[in-house]
Design a protein around this ligand. Structure first.
Ligand SMILES: Cc1cc2nc3c(=O)[nH]c(=O)nc-3n(C[C@H](O)[C@H](O)[C@H](O)COP(=O)(O)O)c2cc1C
Length: 260
């Protein structure tokens, strides 16, 4: 194992060619960012190193071409306590990071005024030093699983990092929602496109796995868009709170779906 954090500062034997590996760095206080970083690392051990920013000097960043940050926010948009030294060094630094491409996943909670403030400040500092953001900064409200998964899919596209295998659940984005008499029609964008013989779509609530609904696929002619119509009389069996969430969802919202 080459997981390194405050509790385990042993360095790996670095049998790799420096610069070709990917650095995963996390800043955490209660463990969420660390858990996400470790999940990414777990399926990418052959090409990644993982560190708690509390245990590294900022110069380490220069040894990599690609850096993935998973960081939370505390105080009034501040870094977690354990990341204060790292961040203060970064702010005062004049390192040349032009060769670095990076991605930031910013964890936070919308109930705070400076939502994901530290993730945004970190990203600004990296850009100030010349680093190039290759995946748009992604803000995560209350550890929302779908936002995290979507960001991870971007990491896969951009940095070729592996995904965690997720029981064949896909992320679907709601493109449009049309309320019809006694029913709601959802237009979804789903990737990959496998609708030729698909008849049923399962939709899952990422926060409560027992909230699961099955609906008939109405049309897949508009590939890559798929329409599902949910009629009011179908909704009784869904569980009313999940149905309320679904019916209140807005274009751009993401859902976990499975095509059968
Ligand atoms: C005392 C406290 C202060 C927080 N301040 C902020 C904040 O200013 N902005 C924000 O977006 N989230 C804030 N959060 C939410 C955390 O960033 C969020 O819970 C995150 O998932 C924690 O990740 P961690 O377990 O990796 O530290 C705060 C949480 C606590 C407990």
């Amino acid at each position: 194992m080459i997981i390194q954090d405050r509790d385990s500062l042993a360095f790996n034997d670095k049998t790799f060619v420096q610069g070709h590996r990917i650095l995963i760095a996390y800043a955490t206080q209660s463990g969420n960012a660390k858990a996400i970083a470790q999940r990414i690392y777990a399926v990418n051990q052959d090409c990644c190193d993982i560190y708690d920013v509390a245990s590294i000097k900022i110069e380490l960043i220069q040894e990599y071409e690609r850096v993935v940050f998973v960081v939370s926010t505390y105080g009034n948009g501040e870094p977690p306590l354990t990341a204060e030294t790292f961040y203060a060094e970064l702010c005062q630094s004049s390192l040349d990071l032009h060769a670095i491409k990076f991605a930031v996943l910013a964890l936070g909670d919308k109930q705070y005024l400076k939502f994901c403030g530290f993730g945004n400040s970190l990203s600004h500092q990296l850009i100030r030093l010349g680093a190039i953001p290759r995946v748009p900064l992604t803000e995560v409200n209350r550890n929302d699983a779908i936002t995290i998964e979507h960001w991870w899919s971007k990491l896969h596209e951009t940095f070729e990092l592996n995904y965690e295998i997720n029981e064949d659940w896909e992320v679907a984005t709601l493109m449009d929602k049309v309320e019809e008499k006694g029913a709601i029609k959802f237009i979804l964008y789903i990737k990959p496109l496998q609708f030729a013989s698909a008849k049923i779509l399962k939709i899952k609530d990422s926060r409560n796995a027992s909230n699961l609904i099955e609906v008939n696929i109405v049309s897949s002619e508009l590939d890559p868009f798929t329409s599902v119509i949910i009629e009011d009389n179908q909704t009784e069996r869904f569980g009313s709170s999940f149905w309320r969430q679904l019916s209140a969802s807005q274009p751009g919202d993401k859902w976990h779906v499975q095509i059968c």
